[in-house]
Design a protein around this ligand. Structure first.
Ligand code: NAD
Ligand code: ZN
Length: 343
């Protein structure tokens, strides 16, 4: 079968021909119908060999939609062959305290037991078939279109989880800044608008991405530079934003975010752009909360799937064989919304 695989650190992946996987006793075989490409894959491609603790070669793809076509003897009675599913990506052990609470994204045993998300540690979904380790990671998607729905598994789930953390601060007359209007940001804007009464300020370096922000409901759209800080201050009577969601996480956005935040505000750094912030008394606004959430819970994903028909999910579709070209476009910042591979 065809698969888009990372063969070496610090290189783009390649289209490869590999054998179809066969499910072990507790595994499920999924025939892929769509795979979303995330900027985190670009971050992974950038890692030097020392920092990349994944065994290569590895098939990329941690946003997966597909049809269950087979399962091992141990789980066959627990799955519906032929069912269309979205795959919950941050797999956990299922037994620890965090997993018991639903926070498989923060599984306490993941590191020790080498449990990794598909495409971020072992073979993922940029392929014709892929293996899922447990039926609970298969979330029924009903008759949703897989191309539109697949971004929900990360580009939807991650902002949703981040917004939930700050909902109490996004009350009447509040202002939320969304930095980076890509796959995550364009859904994050819509979710804030639907889940809270906050005014949403979108910040990006690309006019096209700011146009998308306006289209999906951002109230104010700003170029990502020092003038954006003044604009946010003007909008908030000098106070700053109640919540800054940074879906870039690079040094330029961290530096802007630091200046935009209000006292007691939330600063939520989701992007893994390699930037870092100075946090401490007198360095950050009084009583602000800085978090760097990772992905979301299985319950969050079920909620997000339930919101699907209220979201305008922008995608650019590529054939699986054109996956390398799609990653180049994502790297160059020219994808609008989410790039999705279709086998
Ligand atoms: P994307 O490539 O689709 O979008 C990135 C957006 O950021 C683009 O619109 C781009 O124009 C904009 N941008 C780039 N530099 C900017 C700057 N200096 N100021 C303002 N905007 C800028 O990326 P994505 O797939 O949406 O991912 C966003 C980030 O979130 C990535 O760093 C990704 O690795 C990370 N991520 C984190 C998690 C998590 O669990 N924490 C999950 C998924 C993705
Ligand atoms: Zn991702």
């Amino acid at each position: 079968m065809r698969a888009i695989r990372l063969l070496e650190p610090r290189k783009f992946p390649e289209l490869c021909e590999i054998p179809e996987p066969t499910p072990g006793p507790s595994q499920i075989l999924v025939k892929m119908t769509a795979a979303g490409l995330c900027h985190s894959d670009i971050a992974v491609m950038d890692f030097y060999a020392e920092a990349l603790n994944y065994k290569l070669p590895m098939t990329l793809g941690h946003e997966c939609a597909g049809t269950i076509v087979d399962a091992g003897a141990g789980v066959k009675s627990r799955v519906n062959i032929g069912e269309n599913v979205l795959i919950y990506g941050p797999w956990g052990c299922g037994h620890c305290r965090a997993c018991a609470e639903g926070y498989e994204n923060y599984c306490e045993n993941a590191t020790a037991e080498n449990i990794t998300p598909p495409g971020l540690g072992h073979d993922g979904g940029c392929a014709e078939y892929f293996l899922v380790d447990d039926p609970r990671f298969c979330i029924p998607m009903g008759d949703l279109d897989p191309v539109a729905a697949v971004p929900l598994t990360d580009a939807g789930l991650t902002p949703y989880h981040a917004i939930q953390l700050s909902k109490a601060k996004l009350e009447a007359n509040s202002v939320a800044v969304v930095m980076g209007v890509g796959g995550l940001g364009h859904l994050g804007i819509q979710m804030i608008k639907q889940m809270t009464p906050a005014t949403v300020v979108a910040v990006d370096i690309s006019d096209d991405h700011l146009a998308l922000a306006a289209k999906v409901g951002a109230d104010v759209c700003l170029q990502s530079n020092a003038a954006a800080v003044d604009a946010v201050k003007d909008l908030t009577h000098g106070q700053g934003a109640d919540v800054v969601f940074d879906f870039v996480g690079a040094q330029p956005t961290i530096d802007l975010g630091a200046q935009m935040l209000k006292m007691r505000g939330d600063w939520t750094i989701v992007g893994i752009g390699g930037g870092s912030a100075t946090v401490g008394f007198g360095q950050t606004p009084y009583e602000c909360r800085v978090t760097s959430p990772y992905w979301g819970t299985r319950a969050d994903l079920i909620d997000v799937v339930g919101m699907a028909d209220k979201l305008s999910i922008h995608t650019e579709t590529f054939n699986l064989s054109d996956g390398v070209e799609a990653y180049h476009k994502l790297h160059d910042g020219t994808v609008m919304g989410r790039a999705v591979l279709v086998p």
